[in-house]
Each structure stands twice: as structure tokens, then as C-alpha cells.
Design a protein around this ligand. Structure first.
Ligand code: AGP
Length: 594
């Protein structure tokens, strides 16, 4: 939550900070601000989006500065609570991503010592603490201040002299990006893609100084030689490239995402599946932990593992798992998180490691916190996902889960080879769903008029129903609930009527007949039904009001084509309702609070 940026170089800092901040708005967007060292420190901030701030912002000169885009935790979104925050003298400015847990105590102490506070935020104690300890060395004062802080932080400190930026991180992400006689600091890589592809990923506990010509990082009290990494994402990856929203661009990128993942993990020849070093270990039981969309990927993963590996697999919501303790000895855990920063998932991983489990992380963000906790990290190849609603990252997670299950599977080679062949056709099958967009747009136009919708699925597609409902509610604000189809008659039926459309996923597997029955029962209660069904399915046309046809695939892969149809349905419904699709209200892309 919250995005922070810093710039120090030869160019005017202000426009660079604004352009970097815009790329970080997926981390939070209820207010924003910048501070530039220009004849003292000039701060400009408001409860608005970055573009609007840029329009109202007076032009400050100055070649170093910091910026922030906020997802409020302490104090409402307002001008006074927006970052950067200043000390009493106005000579030290700080942007912060994280939570200062002991801020109340520190604040009382600082007030008793004469410090004057203006905001309700936890962050404001940081510039005051630095001011208190400052005696000519900004890095030293910051280090002493941070020693008094309990909680998480990624911070950038700017002093009026403007010749250096002090940075530090603990449990919140931070990267330093290296340019030519200029350097950048950001919460995440998309912020700096326009300027450079050379980055250093900071580690927990790092503190450092960034100047125009250099970066000095202290790790465990001694100067560290930090490895420089080349970013593989390109500038275009983080742009809309002619699409109206990032979400629709990202939905359309999915055939490429599947291809990239397959290219990464499977060999072309002989239809064999490439193996990981972890194949060496026997898998006895499997536990998948995650949140939100990643949890729905886990539910599908559970199904795939049980089917292909014949082992018992559990999928747990990380925030629930953190409050109960039953872990079977010998369990292999998989943590799934596109951002790699979700607080609940990180907490679950720590708990699993403490109990001796081996933890494999699946994430889309290189250098994110999960990789520091996991025994092994598998990176998905989705490219940067900017829209808050996860689409292509979910697809990439599914691909990794298929590949993992097939790597471990003891199923006969012929069966695996045939699954692999099917997998190779998935990009064109998904493309087929995308090419049929026009029909889905029509259905979305009628769905947009309702205020409630149900999604139902069975078997492997129960999770797709849950994910379809989540997509619709988070971007269109239409109240949507996903159910196992068999459950709907155990209560939710009470809500059915002509104003409650039901989206039913009817795949051609052993659940199909039961799904037809569910649809008939729903129709008998007067609710309109949109079915997502295999092309050529004539029975479904008889029972449902409308049908979204998807290409025929093996049941195991049916979530892949079905979810693309539901993503499009959610997107066009939200568009019809005029919603802020990429940045839905109250949400943020990475949820770094419990
Ligand atoms: C997805 O559309 C949501 N915005 C959200 O549920 C998300 O999947 C969840 O917060 C988990 O995020 P993660 O994958 O980064 O851990």
C-alpha cells in the first residue's frame, strides 16, 4: 500500500517525480504529494490523483525530491494527512510506505519535548524523530530514529540541502534505479521503466544514501556491495498502448502470458515437462496459502494437484490460516501472491517456515518480500500488471500450477504428453474467447442494469465462479456472489428473482448434468441465466437465457478459457456503468496491512 519515489540528478525533479508517481498509483491513490529541495523544501500535496496534482502544482525548480501516492491507514485521505511530512523546521521531509505501530507513544513523547504535529498519520513521527537526532549527519539521524520505530517502513528522506536522499526499508519494498548522473528510488519497478533498466533491490534492514553520482548501502552495519539487476520488463509493458484501460490490455495479453510461461518451463521437444530441483523431494501433502484472486488460483491448484498427483492438498486463505495451527508434518507449502507483498500471505509463510515446512513462493514481482522468506521462488511471466483487478497474473499463476503438478505427476507419460499438447493450444483457445468479445459486450450491457448477480460453478470451476464474482464486484460495484452450484439451494435461493441474474459455468465434465439441473431450478424461480458453456453445446441453449461459448478444452484447463470470458464480462459491465476500472474505490494492488 502506498507508493514512494525519489529523484536526484541534473534534471528538474518535479516532472520526473510526478511521472514516476503516476506509474505507482496502483499501490494507492487516495491522495498524493511531492517535495522538492529548491531554496528550502517546497511541499505540494492534496487529496487527489497524481494527474490532477500535476495540473495545480506551481513549478518548483530543484533537482532532487521525493513523492508519495497514498492508501490511507492512519487518518482520512486529506491534504494534511497526505505525504510528504515535515519536521518542525520544515527542513526535513519524509515519504513512507508501511505502518509505525508505536507512533502514539513516540508522538506523545515528541510533543512533550516541544514538537508540533499537524496530521493524524503515524508517519509524521519519522521526520520529527530525525530532527530530534540530527546533528549534521542525515543518515546517522535517520538510523537512530528508525531504531526507535516498531513496524514496517520503506522511507526516503530529503533535507533542505538536497544533495542526498537517505533511504531505508523494513518489511516494505524499495528499489534504487541507476541512471547516468542521476538516480531514482521507488517502491516498485514500473515507476522507473521510462528512465532506466538498472536496479538494486534493497533488503530488510538496509539503510543508505543516494546522491547524483552514487549509492551507498549499509547492510548489517557494514557497507554492502549490492548486486545490480537488469529489469526484464519494458517501458511499453507499463503503458496502455492504445487500450482504454490497463485491465483490458492485460486481459488481451493473456495468450502471450501463457506462451511465455510455457516457453519458460517446458521443453519443446518430445512433449516432456521440464523439472525443477524440487522434483527430487517426494510430495506427501500440499498446502496452498494466499488471498483474493491468488486464493482462487490456489483452489484450482488444489484440484489439479489432487487430480494429477493423487495427494491430499489444502488451499487456505492466508488471513485465516494465520489464526489456526494445524499443519501436517512433511507438508510442502506453496504461497501464491502476484505482488509478493501481501501482509497476510507473508505472515502465513513465516509461520509455515517456523514449523519446519518447506515454502515455495509463486510471485510476479522480482525482488519482492516473498522471495526473501521462501525456500524457493518461482516467478510468473505476466509482465507488470497495473490494473488493481488481477487478470493476467492469475492466468500466469494457473500456468505455473499446471506445470508444477505435471512435473511431479506420476501419471503415465502418454497422459502427460497429451495434457502438454493441450496446454500448447491454450493461447489460441484464449484468443478465440477474446475474438468473441462483441457478444460478451452485449451481455455486459444488460448485466450492468442490475444491482446483484450470482456466479455458480462446480468442480474445478467452482473457484472460477468465485473469481468471476470478485472481478465483477471489485470493478463494477455490482454486488456479486460466487457459489458452489450445489450450495445455492441451501439459502441463496431466497434471493433469486427476476432482478438477480445468475452466471452459470457449465463445463462438459462429470458435473455437467448437475449444472443443467441447477440452471433449471434457478430458471423456475424467475432468475435470468447467462451460461458459460462449450461451443456446440445444444442442451445449454435450451435452458439458459443467453450463452457465452468458449472453446472445447480438457476439464483441467477449463478454468483458463472460462475465466477470460468472465473477466471480459466484468470489464465491459464496469465500463457500461462508468466505473474507474483500473483504480476501483478503496482498493490497492498490494495489500501490505493485515
Ligand atoms: C484481485 O483482483 C484483487 N485486487 C485482490 O483480491 C488480490 O488478488 C489480493 O489482494 C491478493 O494479492 P496478491 O496476489 O498480490 O497477494
Amino acid at each position: 500500500m502506498c507508493g514512494i519515489v525519489g529523484y536526484i540528478g541534473e534534471k528538474q525533479a518535479q516532472p520526473i517525480l510526478l511521472s514516476c508517481l503516476e506509474k505507482l498509483e496502483y499501490r494507492g491513490y487516495d491522495s498524493c504529494g511531492v517535495a522538492v529541495a529548491a531554496d528550502g523544501i517546497k511541499v505540494f500535496k492534496d487529496a487527489t490523483r497524481v494527474k490532477a496534482l500535476g495540473k495545480s502544482l506551481p513549478k518548483f525548480g530543484g533537482t532532487s525530491g521525493i513523492g508519495h501516492t497514498r492508501w490511507a491507514t492512519h487518518g482520512a485521505p486529506s491534504q494534511v494527512n497526505a505525504h510528504p511530512h515535515l519536521d518542525c523546521s520544515g527542513k526535513i521531509a519524509v515519504v513512507h510506505n508501511g505502518v509505525v505501530r508505536n507512533y502514539q507513544k513516540l508522538k506523545e513523547q515528541l510533543i512533550s519535548e516541544g514538537h508540533n504535529f499537524v496530521s493524524d498519520t503515524d508517519t509524521e513521527v519519522i521526520p520529527h524523530l530525525i530532527e530530534k537526532h540530527y546533528s549534521g549527519n542525515l543518515e546517522e539521524a535517520t538510523e537512530i530514529a528508525l531504531n526507535e520505530i516498531e513496524g514496517s517502513y520503506a522511507i526516503i528522506v530529503l533535507a533542505a540541502a538536497g544533495n542526498e536522499l537517505v533511504i531505508a526499508r523494513k518489511d516494505s519494498p524499495l528499489v534504487v534505479a541507476l541512471g547516468d548522473r542521476e538516480n531514482f528510488i521507488a517502491s516498485d519497478v514500473p515507476a522507473i521503466l521510462d528512465y532506466t533498466d538498472r536496479v538494486i533491490y534493497l533488503e530488510d534492514g538496509d539503510i543508505g544514501v543516494v546522491s547524483q553520482n552514487g549509492v551507498r548501502i549499509k547492510r548489517n552495519g557494514i557497507e554492502a556491495r549490492c548486486e545490480e539487476h537488469k529489469v526484464l520488463w519494458s517501458m511499453e509493458d507499463a503503458q496502455k498502448s492504445g487500450y482504454e484501460h490497463f485491465m483490458i490490455k492485460e486481459i488481451h495479453e493473456q495468450p502471450g502470458v501463457i506462451r511465455n510461461t510455457l516457453g519458460e518451463f517446458t521443453r519443446d521437444s518430445e512433449g516432456s515437462v521440464d523439472l525443477l530441483e524440487m522434483k527430487e523431494r517426494a510430495l506427501e501433502s500440499m498446502l496452498l496459502v494466499s488471498c483474493g484472486t491468488s486464493y482462487y488460483a490456489s483452489l484450482i491448484g488444489k484440484f489439479i494437484f489432487e487430480e494429477l498427483l493423487n495427494i491430499s492438498a489444502r488451499a487456505e486463505i492466508a488471513s485465516e490460516f494465520n489464526y489456526h495451527n494445524h499443519i501436517l508434518p512433511g507438508t510442502t507449502a506453496i504461497a501464491i501472491t502476484q505482488s509478493g507483498e501481501t501482509a497476510d500471505t507473508l505472515k502465513a509463510m513465516k509461520k509455515l517456515k517456523e514449523t519446519g515446512c518447506r515454502v515455495i513462493a509463486i510471485t510476479n514481482v522480482v525482488g519482492s518480500s516473498v522471495s526473501r522468506i521462501a525456500n524457493q521462488t518461482i516467478y510468473t511471466r505476466a509482465g507488470p500488471e497495473i490494473s488493481v483487478a488481477a487478470t493476467k497474473s492469475f492466468m500466469a499463476q494457473l500456468m505455473v500450477l499446471y506445470w508444477l503438478a505435471m512435473s511431479y505427476s506420476k501419471a503415465e507419460t502418454r497422459k502427460l504428453a497429451s495434457l502438454l499438447m493441450e496446454m500448447r493450444q491454450l493461447p489460441s483457445k484464449v484468443q478465440q474467447v477474446l475474438d468473441d468479445e462483441a457478444k460478451i459486450i452485449d451481455y455486459a450491457k444488460s448485466l450492468a442494469k442490475y444491482e446483484n448477480a450470482f456466479f455458480i460453478g462446480r468442480g474445478i470451476n467452482m473457484a472460477v465462479a468465485l473469481e468471476g464474482a470478485l472481478k465483477l464486484k471489485e470493478i463494477s460495484y455490482l454486488h456479486a456472489e460466487g457459489f458452489a452450484a450445489g450450495e445455492i439451494k441451501h439459502g441463496p435461493f431466497a434471493l433469486l428473482g427476476s432482478n438477480t441474474p445468475v452466471i452459470a459455468i457449465a463445463s462438459q465434465d462429470n458435473t455437467y448434468e448437475a449444472m443443467l439441473t441447477s440452471i433449471k431450478e434457478i430458471k423456475a424461480r424467475g432468475a435470468p441465466v447467462i451460461a458459460v458453456a462449450e461451443e456446440g453445446d445444444e442442451d445449454i441453449v435450451e435452458v439458459a437465457d443467453s450463452v457465452i461459448s468458449v472453446p472445447k478444452v480438457d476439464t483441467l484447463f477449463s478454468p483458463v478459457v472460462n475465466i477470460v470470458a468472465l473477466q471480459l464480462l466484468a470489464y465491459y459491465t464496469a465500463r457500461e456503468r462508468g466505473c474507474s476500472i483500473d483504480f476501483p474505490r478503496n482498493l490497492a494492488k498490494s495489500v501490505t496491512v493485515e
